[in-house]
Design a protein around this ligand. Structure first.
Ligand code: AMP
Ligand code: ZN
Length: 454
């Protein structure tokens, strides 16, 4: 079975055909680095990681670009609210640049613990200001944008299919609804560039369009994805909340600038993880992080296993009871796997079933069910398991006792144990990074440190 993926643009599952024969171009919207990622954010990155691994499993090379939003994202996702980076800076009494660096590192550490493969290219918004200015200027030159005292806005009435991702044209604004247009001409128009207000003092601002200002959030993803993947590429993804505003605006401005459609062939969106029936919010600070789970003694990969038990397009209501059950499940699975050996006596039908599940729009719950059945029936061997785990990323075949780490890694791990006993967190973090650089991930659990190969 060939790979089929649900495309938010066409609203159906489609057989995936890349633009170029062997290499797939993939853009994933990355974190806004003003705070730690919460476990909901991380669900989206696990889904994208499964996508990337599934593409690789199907024999494609993947050029995967992820942005780091370190400027321009306001608290309401559109054009109002506080600037998230400046807010982080005020919260912690550090500069916005320091905040960005600190939370970028924290994010990279989180994804390593979840065995999420790093993108081929990290693209930081503040490293690509010139590209964003060029895009805004193109939109002004082509008549798709207009300037006000507050900024430069995209005129959504100039694009016939504006909102095609969510059928916005069918959703009339509520009759009588009061929309505060401010300086905008139309309700859906959005900021491409904002000018620094006179009374405002900003840490991140640039000279452009004859004033001081900063880019709107949507512009960065259009400018950077085009820079690295071109003006027509395969897949663009993010969380479900990106559909009505962020991705809708990205499509409008990019297709207006290039004059070509479609900009991206397949749009994919991961569903929400909610806690206590509510939305976790990075801006209120009320959220659970991966570190929270680690401190409670969970193996980060138990959280990954927990996520893979649900399809990425189904909402998950997080609970610790369910996470406990997943942690137990993963432990049992690893115990079974420890008993597997390479064998010639395997059932090839299992491979086919597993492939079909993954290729059916990344059906990980089905793939896990197939794996469990095969293990119970004894119809899978270690080699096949290792192959499957390349897609699942659960380190099923690497029980921590058996990884046989070298002496120099063990010395670092022991030194880190001592640093932790001494509550010397700075040294402990430094040693963790050193071990990471040598190819291993250290996890702190209730039973002490666990070490995995990356
Ligand atoms: P942010 O760092 O806020 O820009 O968000 C990073 C990613 O996490 C985006 O792709 C969001 O769509 C996604 N996201 C935010 N909240 C959740 C949630 N509760 N569940 C799943 N994904 C989320
Ligand atoms: Zn984006």
């Amino acid at each position: 079975m060939t790979l089929s993926l649900y495309n938010s643009l066409t609203k159906q599952k489609e057989e995936f055909t890349p633009i170029h024969d062997h290499e797939v171009s993939l853009y994933a919207c990355g974190p806004t680095v003003y705070h730690y990622a919460h476990i909901g954010n991380l669900r989206t990155y696990v889904f994208e990681d499964i996508l990337r691994r599934a593409l690789r499993f199907n024999g494609y090379k993947v050029k995967h670009v992820m942005n780091i939003t370190d400027v321009g994202h306001l608290t309401d996702d559109a054009d109002d609210g506080e600037d998230k980076m400046e807010k982080g800076s005020q919260r912690e009494g550090k500069t916005a640049w320091e905040i960005a660096e600190f939370y970028t590192d924290a994010f990279k550490h989180d994804i390593a613990l979840l065995d999420i493969l790093e993108p081929s290219i990290w693209a930081k918004a503040t490293d690509h200001i010139d590209e964003q200015i060029v895009l805004v200027q193109t939109l002004l030159d082509k008549g798709f944008a207009y300037q006000t005292n507050e900024g430069i806005y995209f005129d959504t009435t100039k694009v016939k299919d504006y909102g095609k991702l969510v059928d916005l044209h069918k959703q009339e604004l509520q009759a009588g609804a009061r929309v505060d247009l401010g300086e905008k001409k139309n309700p859906h128009d959005f900021a491409l560039w904002k000018f620094t207000k006179e009374e405002e003092s900003r840490q991140m601002e640039w000279d452009a369009f004859f004033k001081k200002g900063f880019p709107g959030w949507h512009v960065e993803c259009s400018a950077m994805s085009m820079k690295y993947l071109g003006d027509h590429f395969d897949i663009h993804c993010g969380g479900i909340d990106h559909k009505p505003v962020h991705h809708t605006n990205e499509i409008a401005q990019t297709e207006a600038a290039t004059g070509k459609k479609p900009w991206v062939n397949v749009w994919m969106h991961g569903e929400w993880l909610i806690v206590d029936e509510g939305k976790m919010s990075k801006s209120t600070g009320d959220f659970i992080t991966l570190q929270t789970l680690v401190e409670k003694g969970y193996d980060p990969l138990a959280y990954r296993y927990y996520l893979l038990q649900a399809h990425y397009r189904k909402q998950i209501n997080f609970s610790f009871e369910a996470l406990d059950a997943a942690a137990q499940g993963l432990k049992k699975l690893r115990q079974h796997v420890n008993k597997l050996t390479p064998s010639t006596n395997v059932d090839p039908h299992i491979r086919e079933l597993f492939n079909n599940a993954i290729n059916d729009d990344l059906n990980t719950p089905e793939a896990l069910a197939i794996l469990w059945t095969a293990i119970k029936e004894g119809s899978i061997d270690l080699n096949m398991l290792v192959e499957f785990d390349k897609v699942l990323g659960l380190h099923l075949h690497q029980p921590e006792k058996d990884i046989g780490i070298s002496e120099d890694i063990q010395t670092l791990v022991d030194a880190r144990a001592q640093a932790r006993t001494d509550k010397n967190w700075a040294d402990s973090d430094k040693l963790r990074d050193e071990i990471f650089a040598k190819g291993y991930i250290v996890e702190d659990t209730a039973d002490g440190q666990k070490v995995f190969a990356k």
